[in-house]
Design a protein around this ligand. Structure first.
Ligand code: 5GP
Ligand code: MG
Ligand code: MG
Length: 187
């Protein structure tokens, strides 16, 4: 297969951190919690492209409350593997969120720079409420104080791929969340 070069080892060679079925079970739990917390309302889910696209698509279907989606895209400069800290909005929301109940949906809360920037931006649009849902949380990597309201799993400081999360744009389609081999990362 084209991607089986040393730079892009096949996903089947990587250790599974969370299996497809464990992820599905956790997404169902979070969906049920959000459905209870927002009962009788309508929610706008705002996904952060591209990493959160797959988590958002599963989460939206696990939420019984009426919901719509929107997406934002941000770029952070630097290497594929790390966030440099400089966050730039490259795609804004399409529809107004003023007076709406908004949940920002992310793949990983890492240093917190991306979500604190996005949270600040979203608050300027005066939503009725704003919460954060993240599939993964790496609390030990935080550079700015920010916590998610809904967390799939907390993980240690390891680089992961799959379930929407990439290494140099690859592996987003991998169904399990897997540990990317450190030796392939290149420091
Ligand atoms: P931060 O919280 O540092 O601003 O940015 C977090 C973003 O960096 C995540 O949303 C994700 O896109 C990316 N990121 C952080 N850790 C990992 C990881 O282990 N794997 C992958 N694929 N992306 C990561
Ligand atoms: Mg992300
Ligand atoms: Mg990425």
């Amino acid at each position: 297969m084209a991607n089986s070069s040393p730079a892009f080892p096949h996903a089947s060679k990587m250790e599974v951190l969370f299996s497809k079925s464990r992820i599905a079970e956790r997404v169902r739990e979070i969906g049920a919690q959000i459905s209870a917390d927002y009962a009788g309302t309508s929610i706008v889910l705002i996904g952060v492209l591209k990493g959160a696209a797959i988590f958002l698509s599963d989460l939206a279907r696990a939420i019984e409350v009426d919901n719509t989606f929107d997406f934002v895209a941000v770029s952070s400069y630097g290497r594929a593997k790390v966030s440099s800290g400089a966050v730039k909005l490259i795609k804004d929301i399409d529809n107004s969120i003023e007076g709406k109940h908004v949940i920002l949906v992310e793949d990983i809360l890492d240093t917190g720079l991306t979500l604190s920037y996005l949270r600040g931006m979203m608050l300027q649009h005066k939503p009725a409420s704003l919460k954060i849902a993240t599939c993964l949380d790496k609390p030990e990597r935080r550079l700015v104080p920010i916590e998610a309201d809904y967390v799939g799993f907390q993980i240690p400081n390891r680089f992961v791929v799959g379930y929407g999360m990439d290494y140099a744009e690859h592996y987003r389609n991998v169904e399990d969340i897997r540990l990317f081999p450190e030796e392939a990362v290149g420091h």
